[in-house]
Design a protein around this ligand. Structure first.
Ligand SMILES: Cc1cc2nc3c(=O)[nH]c(=O)nc-3n(C[C@H](O)[C@H](O)[C@H](O)COP(=O)(O)O)c2cc1C
Length: 336
């Protein structure tokens, strides 16, 4: 049995939320003892660098938001082979999230339902973590930001602006999370009433920040798979006309048959995520970068996403169920 399968067989037996933490800590330990390459038989360099929104990505395979919420593991994930990691979602203040149990895993169906609700250590501690770990990371670091639970949608833009300012020195790009289903009313930020103001404010702030760096700071919007086509088109068009750099398609979906709170990810999300990618690419053409996320569980899925013209892809549930073997398969696909 390979080490990857051995590790997965242990992690499947543990309660899901604990299992995620346990697995990431085990990976960190392996990294500390310099055993990653030996245990995972990583003996070839599959990097094929490519440039998106002015950033040099070592390869096209990334970690989706939420796996490394507090920026404790991104250097370890980079060492395993991921070309980019999106840490967070981070809120200004620390939050404990929704009541437990809030992650349910269905191994046979390769499905996860989560209702975490932006549990994270908050911006101050997260920045410390990023600064400490970035020294050991040579990939691209995305910082996913979200509004605090107590903040009304009317004031939400203020949170995003503070967070942009706070992380501007360390983030290679920012992901604006307005699509998590687990913070009350967050997804309403994609409605005209709030969306236009949010985008206007964010892009103004980006110009200020970019001037200070004399370098453009890319911003991508993470979109829900449950948007109507009509609203999705509006979101994309307004973002493009304001120079938003890209889109992440998609977050988790509330459209599922499990009788429990939270958004679904993994295999059941595959089709929605592919449809969203097709639709958005037809509007965007080559005017923005598209990062595909959702239901990427196999090598064939990765091939299909690139055929549908995703620029980059992100793994979450597939990595939880398949571990490093899925990452290596995806790297194979993106390096040929
Ligand atoms: C347990 C869990 C926590 C997540 N937390 C976040 C988060 O904090 N921010 C975010 O943008 N997406 C979050 N997501 C969504 C993932 O980033 C990803 O977009 C989604 O799970 C679809 O991809 P997948 O089917 O490969 O898992 C989370 C997903 C899961 C399963």
């Amino acid at each position: 049995m390979s080490f990857n399968n051995f590790a997965l067989s242990i992690s499947r037996k543990l309660p899901p939320e604990f299992s995620n933490k346990f697995s990431l800590n085990a990976l960190k330990l392996i990294y500390k003892f310099n055993l990653t390459k030996i245990l995972f038989s990583l003996n070839k360099n599959q990097n094929l660098p490519s440039n998106y929104f002015g950033l040099d990505f070592p390869n096209k395979i990334g970690v989706a938001g939420g796996l490394d919420k507090n920026a404790n593991y991104f250097h370890v994930l980079g060492n395993l082979g991921f070309g980019f990691v999106e840490v967070g979602t981070i809120t200004l203040k620390p939050q404990s999230g929704n009541p437990k149990p809030r992650i349910h895993r269905f191994n046979n169906e390769e499905t996860i339902i989560n209702s975490l609700g932006f549990n994270n250590v908050g911006s101050v501690k997260a920045l410390e973590n990023i600064e400490r770990n970035k020294k050991n990371f040579s990939g691209i670091l995305g910082v996913s930001i979200g509004k605090g639970k107590e903040i009304s949608n009317k004031k939400a833009h203020e949170d995003y602006l503070h967070l942009l300012d706070y992380f501007k020195d360390v983030a290679d790009y920012f992901a604006i999370n307005i699509s998590s289903p687990n913070t009350k009313d967050l997804r309403k930020l994609s409605e005209d009433e709030y969306f236009r103001k949010l985008i206007d404010e964010i892009t103004n702030k980006r110009e200020q920040i970019s001037k200070g760096f004399s370098k453009h700071k890319p911003i991508v919007i993470k979109v829900s798979p449950d948007e109507s086509l009509n609203n999705l088109e509006k979101i994309i068009s307004y973002s493009l006309s304001n120079g938003i750099d890209g889109f992440i398609l998609t977050n988790t979906s509330m459209d599922h048959e499990y009788n429990m709170l939270g958004g679904v990810s993994g295999r059941p999300l595959r089709q929605k995520s592919e449809e969203s990618l097709k639709f958005v690419r037809s509007i965007v053409k080559d005017k923005a970068v598209i990062i595909s996320s959702g239901g990427l569980m196999t090598k064939e899925d990765a091939i299909k996403r690139f055929t549908l013209k995703a620029d980059l892809i992100q793994l979450y549930s597939g990595f939880v169920f398949k571990g490093n073997s899925l990452l290596q398969d995806c790297l194979d696909v993106s390096s040929t």
